[in-house]
Design a protein around this ligand. Sequence first.
Ligand SMILES: C[S@@+](CC[C@H](N)C(=O)[O-])C[C@H]1O[C@@H](n2cnc3c(N)ncnc32)[C@H](O)[C@@H]1O
Length: 255
Amino acid sequence: MIGNRFSAAAETYDRHARPQLALAQSVVSMLPEIYPEQILELGSGTGQLTRLLTQRFPEVLIDAVDVAEKMILHSRAKFAKFPHINWIVGDAQTYWGGDRYPLIVSSSALHWVADLPKTCENIFECLEPGGTLALGMMLRGTLKELHELRESIAPEKTPDLTLPTYEETKACLQEAGFHLQRRKHSEEEIVYDDAKAFLKAIHEQGVTGGKVSTGNAPLNRSELSQLVADYQDAYASDGGVYATYETATFLLTRD
Ligand SMILES: C[S@@+](CC[C@H](N)C(=O)[O-])C[C@H]1O[C@@H](n2cnc3c(N)ncnc32)[C@H](O)[C@@H]1O
């Protein structure tokens, strides 16, 4: 039966879905029944979360900030029909728009910052008293299989940067002055067609890329071939390979 076929595919379909989209959806679904006059989005990237915000809050002014100029140029062109979105090059660690916002959101972005405590303090300053922060973060357990394998193949090339843990993130937010209203913490395995497709996907999506994944010294050709072969053997699942994503969504307020 067609219904059964779709039901059977639902689980594997979800497991193949891009983790950043799932996290952005989680951020939006955690928002309370509010209709803010203006929104600040930090680390807007290609606008995955921004699009969800335009659906939930049509016509609301959005200041979408990203540190990468190319991302801003790309998204400004892609969202040309949305004049109420301002695309701004800026760093979440220091951004100040000249006024406070009633709602600040961010997804799959702030695990990149060099100084998480400073970033949380800056966001607190940008938020109106009584305002809401909804935050989706990738956490330490993300791509743990890849990191373990990489360490066993080339221990001298282990990246010195790591993603924050759940407890570290929660502590930074609370120390900055936020009140935690709701949270969701999860670990999920995503299945990719094979090890090569997985490595290509994380490279293209920049899931934890940069120095968090590659360190200062990238693997050479033979180390990379070994990584692909070993990953395929060690983490096979459902006709493909799996990778873990540890994420958290936080809903916070400022008194
Ligand atoms: C993986 S993308 C996620 C984009 C989008 N929020 C989503 O949910 O798909 C991460 C984005 O965060 C941006 N980013 C990283 N560090 C940042 C910082 N300190 N300030 C602002 N943006 C930053 C990157 O340039 C990148 O575009």
